[in-house]
Design a protein around this ligand. Structure first.
Ligand code: DGL
Length: 214
């Protein structure tokens, strides 16, 4: 079984590694759009122009499923992409629903790109699942570039995370797959104060269900 995993950059590798570690007998074709990363400050129209030919390549390479390991693509384009491509697209999006169910302080944090935060799909998730929850959205606009270029400034991350912890958040959602690479640092900063959520386990379960139906 061959599956595609797609992201603008190194977020895809994090997700592909997690899939490889838990599903046997699977061949992963990983595609990262290194030419256009970061996506998180671009418009949906521009991103669609980058993503469409890459998804077509994955289909042409014989992939039977594509894991959309990019919150920015899912929240802006998943409906268009599902109309264009007939194979299953297993898509990662911000974990607003489980975070809203978990919080006791009724304050959660969503760390995401500007394009994700501005998307109608994210807005819908908030209205549908977290209407009575206070959602903090710290400025993470430079995080995916820092992570992509391996120039992470720990102080910048610590400052933003400490601010939201001071504001009473008890759940932090990593809603950009690039941030999975700084999960350990964020867990350390949040220890004893907040849970950190990211979607790899949930997406693997979803992928297993989809593969079982093929
Ligand atoms: N890793 C992507 C996401 O999950 C996008 C990062 C970027 O290209 O800005 O949103």
């Amino acid at each position: 079984m061959k599956i595609g995993v797609f992201d603008s950059g190194v977020g895809g590798l994090s997700v592909a590694n997690a899939i490889k570690a838990s599903i046997d007998d699977i061949e992963i074709v990983l595609r990262e759009d290194k030419e256009h990363v970061p996506y998180g400050t671009r418009s949906p129209q521009e991103i669609l122009g980058f993503v469409t030919p890459i998804f077509q390549e994955l289909v042409d390479a014989g992939c039977q499923v594509i894991v959309v390991a990019c919150n920015t693509v899912t929240t802006t384009l998943i409906e268009d992409l599902r109309k264009q491509f007939s194979i299953p697209l297993v898509a990662i999006e911000p974990m607003v629903k489980p975070a809203a169910a978990l919080t006791k302080s009724k304050t959660i944090v969503v760390c995401a790109t500007p394009t994700t935060l501005a998307s109608p799909r994210y807005d819908w998730l908030k209205q549908e699942y977290a209407e009575s929850i206070n959602i903090l959205e710290p400025d993470c606009s430079d995080w995916s570039s820092m992570i992509e270029d391996d120039t992470v400034d720990q102080q910048t991350i610590a400052t933003r995370i400490n601010e939201v912890l001071t504001d009473g958040a008890d759940v932090i959602v990593l809603a950009c797959t690039h941030y999975h690479w700084i999960e350990d640092e964020i867990v350390e900063l949040a220890r004893g104060k907040a849970e950190v959520m990211q979607p790899e386990t949930a997406i693997i379960e979803q992928l297993k269900r989809v593969l079982a139906r093929l």
